[in-house]
Design a protein around this ligand. Structure first.
Ligand code: SF4
Ligand code: FE
Length: 484
C-alpha cells in the first residue's frame, strides 16, 4: 500500500471503540492525537514506495516470491536482520518518534518459529494456519499490532493464582468453530492504527496456566475490543494547535501511540488460533519475541538519537555557544553512546542464525545487551541535550505570546541570541528538544527505552542465563593452571 492507501484502509474497518479522556472518539482517525500517530505509521508505507529506500523497506517474500513490505517479512538471512535495523534507524530519523509497526513484525517472526516447534513435537496444525495468515498479511500489507504485555495484577503470582482470573488474557470458552478470549493488554503500540492484533502470551506458563497459553490473531475491529488511549506528556498541545506547524507542539506532524486494549470476550475463529494450551512453548515464544524487539531498539532509538544530536548541535549554534570546547566534547559523547547502541543492534543481527522453521533469529545474548544499553544511554543522551539546550526548555513562553502584539516585540528583543538566527527558529528548536525529553516523544525516547521490549531486569535475567558462566570459569582455571 501507499501511505494514502494505508490511511484509506483504516477507514474501511468497522468503527473501533476508542476512548480518550473518558469519552468515546466519534471520528478517531480525524482526532489530532491519532492523526499524528497514523502519520508515523504511514511512513513505513511511504518509504516502501520510495525508490531510494526500496532496498531497505521492501523484501522478497519467502512464501510467495513477491515483493512485500519488510514489516511483514520472515527474515531469511543475517543480512535481512541487518537491513531491518538500518530501516528502523532511518524511520526514527524521519519521524523522531515511535512508528509503531515493528512489534507486529517481531511477533510474526517469533510465532512462525513457535508454531513450527509445537507442530513438530505435538503433531498439531498451527504452523500451516499461521503461514496462511502470514500470506494474507503480506498480500494485504497489514499493519499488525503485537499484543504481548498483560496487565499482570499482583506480580508475585502466576496467572492462575491471581485474585481476578482475567488479569492475564485467557481462553474463557472453547467452541467447535473457535475460542473466546478475555483480558487486557497494556501499552499496546499502534493498536488503533492496525489492521490485525497478534495476541501472544506474556510469560512462560505452567500446566495450571493452560488457559492463558494462547496465541491468536483477531482483526482490530473485532467485536468486544475496547481501546483506552494512553496519555503522553503535553499531548493536549496538539489540540490547541490550530494550524499545521504549530510551534508549541515541537513535532506537530508525528507522534507515537499506546493504548490499553480490553478483550471483552472476543471470538477467535479456529483458523486464527496458533496456540491453545501448549504451555511448554510459551517461554521460547516470549524469549524470541522479546529478543527481536530488543534488536529493534538498536535501530529506532538510534534514529531518534541522530535527530537529538542534530538538535543539540543546532541549539548550540543558535545560542552562539557552538565554539565552546565542552559543547564539542558533549556532542562527541552523544555520538559515541548513540553509535554504541547501533553497533549492538548490528552485531546481534550479524550473528543471527536460522531457526528450525527456516527464518532467522538474532543472537539472543547480544540482543539483550543491546536493550540493556538502551535502558541507559538514551537517558544520558537526553541529559546532555538538556544541558546544551539551557534552561529555556523549561520556561519558554508560548507561541501565542510570540504572535501577540503586546508580548511578541518583547520576545523578539529579549530571546535573540546568535546573529542571523531568528527568534522563531530558536523557539522551534527548543520546542523540539522539549518534545524529545519532556513531551510526547519522551514516551518513545525515554519510557520505551526503559520498559519497551521488557524492563531492565528482564534483560539481566537473560544475560545471566545466556552467558555460560561455567565456561568462563573453566577458561580462568585453565590459565591459572588449576587441575581439580
Ligand atoms: Fe518500532 Fe521502536 Fe516503536 Fe518498538 S519502540 S514499535 S521498535 S519504533
Ligand atoms: Fe516499543
Amino acid at each position: 500500500m501507499t501511505g494514502g492507501e494505508y490511511r484509506e484502509s483504516l477507514r474501511r474497518r468497522q468503527p473501533l471503540k476508542i476512548y480518550f479522556q473518558g469519552e468515546a472518539l466519534e471520528h478517531p482517525l480525524d482526532h489530532p492525537l491519532v492523526v499524528a500517530s497514523v502519520n508515523s505509521a504511514a511512513l513505513t508505507y511511504e518509504l516502501a514506495g520510495d525508490a531510494r529506500h526500496r532496498e531497505l523497506a521492501t523484501a522478497t517474500s519467502a512464501l510467495t516470491g513477491r515483493t512485500i513490505s519488510r514489516f511483514t517479512h520472515l527474515h531469511q538471512s543475517a543480512e535481512d536482520l541487518i537491513r531491518k535495523v538500518r530501516l528502523l534507524r532511518l524511520l526514527g530519523q524521519k519521524c523522531g518518534t515511535c512508528f509503531q509497526r515493528c512489534v507486529g513484525l517481531d511477533g510474526l517472526n517469533a510465532v512462525f518459529a513457535a508454531t513450527f516447534a509445537i507442530d513438530r513435537k505435538q503433531g498439531t496444525g498451527y504452523h500451516r494456519r499461521f503461514v496462511e495468515f502470514l500470506k494474507q498479511a503480506e498480500a494485504a500489507d497489514w499493519m499488525i499490532a503485537g499484543c504481548m504485555t498483560d496487565v499482570k495484577g499482583e506480580r508475585r503470582k502466576r496467572p492462575h493464582q491471581q485474585a481476578d482470573p482475567d488479569l492475564y488474557l485467557r481462553v474463557v470458552a472453547r467452541r467447535a468453530d473457535g475460542l473466546v478470549i478475555r483480558g487486557a493488554k497494556a501499552h499496546q503500540t499502534g493498536a488503533v492504527n492496525s489492521h490485525q492484533l497478534l495476541v501472544m502470551p506474556t510469560v512462560a506458563m505452567q500446566a495450571q496456566d493452560r488457559d492463558y497459553a494462547v496465541c491468536c490473531a483477531v482483526p482490530a475491529d473485532a467485536e468486544g475490543l475496547v481501546y483506552i488511549y494512553g496519555r503522553q506528556g503535553s499531548d493536549l498541545r496538539k489540540l490547541d494547535c490550530s494550524e499545521a506547524g504549530c510551534i508549541d507542539c515541537g513535532n506537530w506532524r508525528y507522534g507515537g501511540q499506546e493504548c490499553l486494549v480490553i478483550f471483552d470476550d472476543v471470538f477467535v475463529p479456529a483458523e486464527r488460533v496458533f496456540m491453545d494450551g501448549e504451555h511448554e512453548f510459551t517461554g521460547a515464544l516470549v524469549e524470541s519475541f522479546a529478543g527481536y524487539h530488543r534488536q529493534s531498539y538498536g535501530g529506532c532509538k538510534v534514529g531518534m538519537g541522530d535527530v537529538i544530536i542534530g538538535a543539540a548541535a543546532c541549539i548550540a549554534e543558535y545560542n552562539g555557544a557552538e565554539g565552546a570546547a565542552h559543547i564539542r566534547e558533549k556532542l562527541v559523547e552523544m555520538i559515541q553512546l548513540n553509535e554504541t547502541l547501533y553497533g549492538c543492534g548490528i552485531a546481534c543481527s550479524a550473528l543471527g542464525q536460522p531457526t528450525p522453521a527456516g527464518n532467522y533469529l538474532i543472537d539472543l545474548l547480544l540482543a539483550n545487551v543491546t536493550k540493556q544499553n538502551v535502558t541507559r544511554f538514551p537517558f544520558e543522551i537526553a541529559r546532555l541535550l538538556q544541558d546544551i539546550a539551557g534552561g529555556l526548555i523549561g520556561t519558554l513562553p508560548s507561541a501565542h505570546d510570540l504572535a501577540s502584539p503586546q508580548t511578541g516585540p518583547y520576545l523578539q528583543k529579549y530571546l535573540r541570541a546568535a546573529p542571523g538566527v531568528s527568534v522563531e527558529s530558536r523557539v522551534r528548536m527548543l520546542r523540539l528538544i522539549e518534545n524529545f525529553t519532556l513531551g510526547r516523544a519522551a514516551v518513545s525516547y525515554l519510557t520505551e527505552s526503559m520498559h519497551g521490549a521488557g524492563s531492565p531486569q528482564a534483560q539481566r535475567i537473560m544475560l545471566a542465563r545466556l552467558a555460560d558462566l561455567e565456561d568462563k570459569k573453566r577458561l580462568a582455571r585453565e590459565l591459572a593452571g588449576i587441575k581439580d
